[in-house]
Design a binder for this molecule. Structure first.
Ligand code: AMP
Length: 114
């Protein structure tokens, strides 16, 4: 997608601090971190929102969560705990319309999130 900032990051037209790269995903640091650890796990395929996922994406979503689990382990935050967030559409706070899983850790998190 020409106007998608995450597509441009994935194509290396915009720089990012990459943490992990696989054939399916890129994980990079959020430019405006909301916690000491704030990583975005972003599929290479442009999918705008959770609403656009289909039955065929079951493996993709599972692998995104397992990728987050793996990154958390590498960062040494598995036992302390971390939060995974998927914002869907503007009402939930989504600002970049290319599916991404937030991995947040390193500070206390309240529930409900507010
Ligand atoms: P969301 O509000 O769920 O759509 O999250 C989008 C996230 O992308 C926000 O946390 C932004 O800080 C982050 N973001 C936007 N532009 C960049 C960028 N160029 N590099 C890294 N993260 C970005």
């Amino acid at each position: 997608m020409d106007d998608c900032i995450f597509c441009k990051i994935l194509e290396k037209k915009i720089p990012s601090q990459r943490v992990v790269e696989t054939p399916e995903f890129v994980a990079f640091k959020d430019v405006n971190p909301q916690a000491p650890n704030h990583i975005l796990i972003v599929p290479r395929r442009h999918i705008p929102t959770v609403n656009d996922l289909t039955e065929g994406d079951k493996i993709l979503i599972g692998e995104m969560v397992l990728q987050a689990q793996s990154i958390a382990k590498d960062l040494g935050i598995s036992e302390e705990g971390y939060r995974l967030v998927l914002n869907c559409n503007r009402g939930a706070g989504q600002t970049v319309f290319h599916l991404h899983l937030h991995l947040l850790a390193g500070r206390p998190f309240s529930w409900p999130p507010g």
